[in-house]
Design a protein around this ligand. Structure first.
Ligand SMILES: [Zn+2]
Length: 550
């Protein structure tokens, strides 16, 4: 008996010592993040059985059940104060079928949907049409007082169809025209003005009837096929009381080829217009052409869910402050019209990030953070960051006590790198925590490989940024160990061209998650530092989000 009692005491003591040791040295956290665990989760989430994880599908049920089971098994508490792991997200689904007519000189042009042009309406009503509207080319469609830039120059575009260029204007540096001017729209980097979301927002503000953006593959970062893919099926928005009745009636994209045909039919030259649009003195150009759109919307109410779990802070005061890790669980679902493979498995996008979220959650079970750490797996990112947008409009915990967000959308699947990319350099002080941890791994932090693609505005952390919560988003490195110098760039380009948002985004035989493990250990350390630290992350002075933070 006595021996047994001592053994039990010994175990208890051992356990306490281990817990204390763990609290000071999160080494066991780092070790708990493994390639095997990541792959195990990805295999489940990206399986055909999960049907591409579309919101409100059998795939959603399977996905959220899997996530809840995993969080529970890890010992995480329900993240919703109502005692569940779920936050309901009411969405509106709309499937827009447009008829699109462009006429010039009284003659109709040959326009096929979705081959040449896509259009939809976010007004949540069954029929939306705009008829015989004037077409006005508005350059980049930007009003940016801080750059003394206004593409509209007071020209009234109410009731008209505005045609806009993609991204923000790439303005050459006057002292070296081979480079972009860093003082204008962040040079090679993208600002929010370059995002299509901004362009439709300003079109709404200007009272335009229709807003059409010219697609170009290079600046977009994805081919026209991606535009077609995401706009010729059901799309979603958050439910709104007024059915979005004040929004621009028609939104859309036009292919570069079609835009050029439209320009020449209207007696304009696309390349010439584009050159004019780079100048501050650009003025809107009315076309000798008209546009009509008739959109029929098939509408349905969709109730989806964010999954949220938490590790409660150990400090009685600081536990009411929060660090949020996020990753979207949703992807594009299934398309029964496709011949052959119909499942958008989204193995990289974002089964991999969801697996990473689970691994980070496990890592945090090995320590006792002072502040509360939330793991938020959001829905409908692919439909426009909707799950994250819903969370920040109805936060489960006060945003002013949410110290920071760390988001994961796609992990590195091609092996170890000497570097890690930082997306949106200069945004918040959270990025200052990265380099010392990276150095300890023998790695360095580098600016994101493609700042021109605006990745800082393209995943869920952006919704946190918009409401002022400092947000960190990293990207895989480009300098791969034991690989040719161009390997990283090549793999990235291959992925975008062949697999991004396609049914072929599946686990590949050449995947090597050892680099992702290192990246995630860094993200663990940054989040842990914020959870333990004495200083709150803040936006930096150059950030467009600084003014939002209270
Ligand atoms: Zn994604």
């Amino acid at each position: 008996m006595a021996v047994r009692r001592w053994m039990i005491a010994g175990y208890v003591l051992c356990f306490v010592v281990m817990r204390l040791a763990a609290a000071e040295h999160p080494e066991s956290s780092l070790q708990s993040i493994t390639t095997n665990d990541l792959l195990k989760h990805i295999r489940v989430l990206a399986s055909d059985e999960f049907e591409g994880r579309a919101p409100r599908s059998p795939g959603e049920e399977k996905t959220i059940r899997y996530l809840m089971e995993q969080f529970k098994a890890l010992g995480l508490k329900p993240g919703n104060p109502d005692g569940t792991y779920l936050q309901n997200v009411p969405l509106a689904g709309f499937t827009s079928e447009p008829t699109i007519i462009f006429t010039a000189g009284g003659k109709a042009l040959d326009v096929a949907w979705p081959k040449d042009c896509v259009a939809w309406s976010r007004r949540l009503v069954p029929e939306v049409s705009v008829e015989n509207t004037d077409i006005v080319f508005v350059g980049y469609g930007i009003v940016a007082p801080e750059y003394d830039w206004d593409d509209y120059k007071g020209v009234d575009v109410r009731g008209k169809t505005i045609l806009m260029l993609i991204n923000d204007p790439p303005i050459p540096d006057p002292s070296d025209p081979s480079k972009l001017d860093d003082r204008m729209f962040k040079g090679r980097g993208m600002t929010y003005y370059g995002r299509w979301t901004y362009k439709y927002e300003i079109a709404t503000a200007k009272g335009a009837a229709a807003a059409i953006i010219v697609h170009e593959t290079g600046p977009a970062g994805y081919p026209w096929a991606v535009v077609v893919g995401s706009n010729s099926r059901e799309n979603m928005d958050l439910q709104s009381a007024d059915g979005n009745k004040d929004r621009v009636a028609i939104e859309g994209w036009i292919s570069l080829d079609m835009a050029k045909r439209l320009c020449s039919a209207a007696g304009e030259d696309y390349d010439l217009l584009k050159a004019k649009a780079l100048r501050r003195d650009f003025r809107p150009v009315p076309f000798d052409a008209k546009a009509s759109f008739a959109v029929s919307n098939i509408l349905r109410d969709i109730s989806s869910r964010n999954v949220v779990a938490k590790i409660e802070g150990a400090d009685p005061k600081l536990k009411d402050e929060y660090v949020i890790y996020s990753a979207h669980w949703d992807h594009l679902g299934r398309n029964p019209k496709l011949p052959g493979d119909q499942v958008y498995n989204g193995a990289l996008d974002n089964a991999s990030g969801t697996a990473a979220l689970l691994e980070l959650a496990e890592a945090f079970t090995k320590v006792r953070p002072k502040r509360t750490v939330l793991f938020l797996s959001v829905t409908a990112e692919e439909k426009g960051l909707l799950g994250a947008k819903y969370y920040v409009t109805r936060p489960l915990y006060p945003l002013e006590r949410t110290l920071g967000n760390i988001n994961i959308d796609g992990i590195n699947v091609w092996g170890r790198t000497r570097d890690i990319g930082l997306v949106g350099v200069g945004q918040s002080t959270m990025e200052d925590l990265l380099p010392s941890f990276a150095t300890a791994q023998g790695r360095k932090v580098v600016p994101e490989a493609e700042p021109e693609k605006g990745y800082y505005y393209r995943s869920d952390h952006f919704e946190f940024a918009k409401v002022g919560v400092p947000a960190l988003y990293t990207d895989r490195g480009t300098d791969y160990l034991g690989k040719p110098a161009d390997f990283g760039k090549r793999k990235r380009e291959e992925y975008i061209a062949n697999d991004y948002h396609k049914v072929s985004d599946e686990i590949k035989p050449d995947w090597d998650l050892s680099g992702a493990v290192e990246d995630l250990r860094l993200l663990f350390q940054v989040g842990y530092a914020v959870a333990q630290g004495d200083t709150r992350p803040e936006w930096k002075s150059g950030s467009e989000f600084k003014k939002v933070r209270r």
